[in-house]
Design a protein around this ligand. Structure first.
Ligand SMILES: *Cc1c(COP(=O)(O)O)cnc(C)c1O
Length: 282
């Protein structure tokens, strides 16, 4: 039997993404002391209160709440945006994938403004879509004319990262509104919102096609527990609720978020330290 023939043809050609060697493995192989910067993980770790909270958590044998009620209530407080518009994922990576699963049919297109985060091309291809890249200009600002010229009947999603990884550029409100007015789904990835303090999340209630993604991986130091969230137009949030895996966010991740939000001053002080280190390193 030929298994290859059964594989979806667009995936058969996919190379997959280059796996990162874990630091302990790399350290052992090279004998070097490793300072890991490539994943933008938080060098100060998570809130130390999480260790005790997770050690004492009594319900690991029970599935998490599929509706993520406590989490969404806490995030409603944190973001100031409506409970019904918030959905959490196993990292914002999962939400990127879920959004594409919701909107892409085979052959549909997603726009990417490189250099930027690597998961947009990855998930677009896995969902059967084609990636259309519109490189940023010489200052790494978005090429707005280029994006508009790249739109086709098949364009469903436009990915914008702000601050951009890896260049740090911010998108303006004007640019987001122009992109939203193209009638495509605009996914604004604000993974680093807490480092710059600029957000467009308050625009989400005004548009049916604007999505803002956030994560606890970077500012809150929870990359290993996998927890991100999105602020969605309620109509889209309702569809996502239908298609997401019911238990997509583990009870450990949920507990860790609640502790993090209760220890926010400590986490903010680490964010300040990272920003100061950024200047020094630069
Ligand atoms: C790190 C990062 C993410 C991934 O976040 P997870 O919540 O860990 O999946 C998403 N977007 C950008 C731009 C990132 O740098």
């Amino acid at each position: 039997m030929n298994v290859k023939k059964l594989i979806r043809p667009e995936l058969e050609a996919l190379v997959g993404y280059t796996p990162i060697e874990p630091i302990d493995v790399l350290g052992q192989r090279t004998g070097a002391k490793i300072i890991k910067l490539d994943g933008n993980e938080n060098p100060y770790g998570c809130s130390p209160k999480i260790y005790q909270a997770l050690a004492n958590y009594p319900y690991y044998h029970i599935y998490p709440d599929p509706e993520q009620r406590k989490l969404r209530q806490a995030l409603e407080q944190y973001t100031g945006l409506k409970y019904e518009s918030i959905i959490c994922g196993s990292g914002s990576d999962e939400l990127i994938d879920l959004v594409l699963r919701l909107f892409l049919q085979p052959g549909d297109e997603a726009i990417n403004c490189s250099p930027t985060f690597g998961m947009y091309p990855f998930s677009t291809k896995i969902c059967g879509g084609n990636l259309v890249d519109v490189p940023r200009d010489k200052d790494f600002a978005i090429d707005m004319d280029g994006v508009k010229k790249a739109l086709s009947e098949k364009t469903k999603v436009i990915f914008i990262t702000s601050p951009n990884n890896p260049t740090g550029n911010l998108v303006t409100e004007q640019e987001i509104i122009e992109l939203v007015n193209t009638g495509r789904i605009v996914v604004l990835d604000e993974a680093y919102f807490e480092f710059g303090g600029v957000t467009m999340a308050n625009l989400v209630p005004n548009y049916p096609n604007l999505i803002v993604l956030r994560t606890f991986s970077k500012w809150a130091g929870l990359a290993g527990l996998r927890i991100g969230y999105g602020i969605f137009p309620v109509e889209i949030a309702n569809y996502l609720m239908r298609i997401k895996q019911p238990y997509n966010v583990s009870v450990a991740a949920q507990a860790a978020v609640l502790v993090s939000l209760a220890d926010i001053e400590y986490l903010r002080s680490n964010v300040k330290k990272i920003a100061a280190e950024r200047e020094r390193l630069f």
